[in-house]
Design a protein around this ligand. Structure first.
Ligand SMILES: Nc1ncnc2c1ncn2[C@@H]1O[C@H](COP(=O)(O)OP(=O)(O)O)[C@@H](O)[C@H]1O
Ligand SMILES: [Mg+2]
Length: 287
């Protein structure tokens, strides 16, 4: 009989973070942070402003060298590799940075081509254009968007263009840093739906930083909470509600948290509970 897979095997946990310390001068942002992301889940990452959510994402993708600790992605250590060292995993993720960060002098199509050119410099022009067009459509943008410049797009369309670029390399892992910030509620809900659809059809694992309680309820399988320089809890929202931590209680049980839960599950508490159950089920399915 083959041995059972290691508890933290990369097939189960594409991201494993241990003992992470990030520090800027005197300011310690992360202190002995631990986190494991399950394969195929949408993990919501929440925390107050400045708690280090974006720094955590940058550390996972190797843009930020931590002071201590280890980050493994698909079983390869990112922290022990040089930023430009070939370790065979950097083309297996896609990133939508906070604010979108499209190149303003490039069209949407050209923006999507950037990572393709970086990893596959030999691809011919026509194929590049074809792949870019396909990713733009996949992200729910109309065909004409391919030749538009970022300044010609609405906020929601810019986010989709950023998503198209993040999907350029057919990633297994998708990082989204506050993708619905600045969108109106309808635009945000549509973007959430798109994220869920892409996650399901493409089999993605999604690391989703958000402030948006509606997003957490609507599409996240589990939620990781950053506070006190650590991930203080990770679980489904019902599981998180069982912890006593004041930030968690205030966040989910404050007026906005309740409104999001009610909106999602209908009016009465019983409907909210059924929503919780659906979330629990989703998380168990992926466990
Ligand atoms: N390159 C940097 N140099 C110095 N300080 C930084 C740098 N990047 C982030 N920080 C600081 O680290 C903290 C966490 O930042 P960030 O991860 O952006 O927070 P958020 O949770 O809002 O995404 C902030 O106090 C920020 O000022
Ligand atoms: Mg941030």
């Amino acid at each position: 009989m083959p041995p059972p897979p290691r508890e933290d095997a990369p097939e189960r946990y594409p991201i494993v973070i241990t003992g992470l310390v990030n520090q800027f001068g005197e300011q310690r942002v992360h202190d002995n942070l631990e986190l494991k992301v399950r394969r195929g889940e949408i993990l919501g990452v929440v925390g107050g402003s400045g708690t280090g959510k974006s720094v955590l994402m940058r550390t996972i993708i190797g843009l930020q060298q931590p002071a201590e600790g280890n980050v493994e992605v698909f079983g390869r250590s990112i922290t022990q590799a040089e930023p430009d060292e070939q370790i065979g995993v950097r083309d297996r993720w896609g990133v939508l940075f906070q604010g979108g960060a499209l190149f303003s002098t490039l069209t949407v199509g050209e923006n999507v081509q950037v990572p393709l050119k970086q990893f596959y410099p030999e691809i011919d022009k026509q194929l590049l254009a074809e792949i870019a067009r396909y990713k733009v459509l996949l992200s729910g943008l109309p065909e004409e968007a391919v030749n538009k410049f970022p300044a010609e797009l609405s906020g929601g369309m810019k986010k989709r263009a950023g998503l198209a670029r993040a999907l350029a390399l057919d990633p297994e892992l998708l990082f989204l840093d506050e993708p619905t910030a600045g969108l109106d509620p309808i635009g945000a809900a549509r973007f959430d739906q798109l994220t869920r659809e892409l996650q399901e059809t493409l089999g993605l694992t999604v690391f989703l930083i958000t402030h948006d309680l509606d997003t957490l309820y609507a599409i996240c399988d589990r939620v990781a909470v950053l506070a006190d320089k650590k991930v203080i809890a990770v679980g489904t929202i019902p599981e998180l509600l069982e912890t006593e931590h004041p930030w968690i209680q205030e966040y989910f049980n404050g007026p906005r948290g309740r409104a999001a839960a009610d909106q999602k599950g209908g009016k009465g508490p019983s409907r909210s509970r059924s929503q919780f159950k659906a979330m629990d089920k989703r998380a168990k399915r992926r466990a």
